[in-house]
Design a protein around this ligand. Structure first.
Ligand SMILES: [Zn+2]
Length: 322
């Protein structure tokens, strides 16, 4: 074989490889619903409901702080190319308004505020004061704007409402697969109901009911739901350092109540938790707010339900439950 023949041979092999590959693609590949979800809980809900009928991506990079996300022009282009844009609420993603106003192809892209109809808790009044039980559920209406706690998915009833809203959107955009979406949503909601039952039962008879959290104000929803006392070092943002008085208050609380553990967030300010722990001798336990997830964990198949189950184990350990 001379060189010309060898090249021709490879060209033919290449041609067949390429054409076989095209023939191998599933027929419905182009018909799959394109979905973009802002943060991990929504992304995970969507993939559980949509299965292989959708192609879902996450907008915010893993490990980023969603409370300070700045929308990039690329994001708007990316969202505009999808069929369904899932965001939590205008509290969590205030920039969603801009997306909705800017995306040109409104007929093709459906924007879904998945927290529509959820119960919102008010944010604590004073920046300096994070102690005490948040009280008074607020309904989702116009006057909660900017004052509501955005971490609604940590209340499993709210999570179910979000599932319903996502399912409705999928059915609207892809009615042929409505039975598939409905069945998956039902199955997933059963898992959330089961999770809620486990939390309620297993956290009912513990030695202490205090969650002391050296992270940002993210766990008011489970605290309210399971009647726990919640204290956080930071407000909604971990931008500003907590004051020395706040840190002292946390340290005193640990000593007063002889709390064996302090909770930390994986991605925000674990150093503060370590400082308080070494000051008091308390141990460290992780609590996930469901959104602070690393890329490698997503690739390893970590799910929202898994994170919530691990939280329950750590809560039981910290609160010394039977
Ligand atoms: Zn948060």
């Amino acid at each position: 074989m001379n060189a010309k023949k060898i090249i021709l041979f490879f060209l033919i092999v290449l041609f067949f490889t390429v054409s076989c590959k095209q023939a191998d693609e599933p027929p419905g590949e182009n018909a799959r619903l394109k979905v973009v979800a802002t943060i991990f809980p929504l992304y995970d809900f969507a993939r559980n409901i949509g299965g292989d009928k959708i192609k879902v991506t996450m907008l915010l990079p893993p490990s980023s702080d969603p409370h300070h996300y700045e929308l990039k022009p690329d994001d708007i282009i990316r969202i505009g190319k999808t069929n369904v844009f899932l965001f939590t609420s205008f509290e969590m993603e205030p920039w969603a308004r801009k997306v909705i106003d800017t995306v040109a192809d409104k007929k093709n892209m459906l924007a879904v505020e998945t927290g529509q109809g959820a119960l919102f808790l008010p944010l604590p009044q004073h920046h300096e004061h994070h102690s005490g039980n948040p009280s008074g559920l607020k309904e989702n209406n116009a006057d909660h704007a900017a004052k509501a706690d955005p971490h609604i998915w940590l209340d499993f009833d709210n999570a179910q409402k979000m599932i319903d809203n996502i399912t409705k959107a999928f059915i609207l955009k892809d009615p042929i697969n409505s039975l598939f979406y409905e069945k998956n949503a039902r199955d997933y909601k059963f898992r959330l109901i089961d999770l809620d039952k486990k939390y309620r039962e297993q956290l009912s008879n513990c030695k202490t009911r205090t969650i002391l959290h050296a992270g940002h104000w993210a766990f008011a929803y489970p605290a309210k739901r399971y009647r726990l006392q919640y204290m956080a070092a930071y407000n909604i943002s971990t931008d500003a350092e907590p004051s020395p008085q706040q840190i002292l208050a946390l340290i005193e609380k640990i000593k007063d109540q002889k709390l064996p553990y302090i909770y930390y967030e994986d991605l925000a300010a674990p150093r503060l938790a370590a400082t308080i722990a070494s000051e008091t001798g308390a141990g460290l336990l992780k609590l996930s707010n469901g959104q602070d997830i690393r890329k490698k964990d997503i690739l390893n198949g970590i799910s929202f339900v898994f994170l919530m189950e691990r939280n329950l184990e750590n809560l039981k350990k910290g609160m010394q439950c039977p």
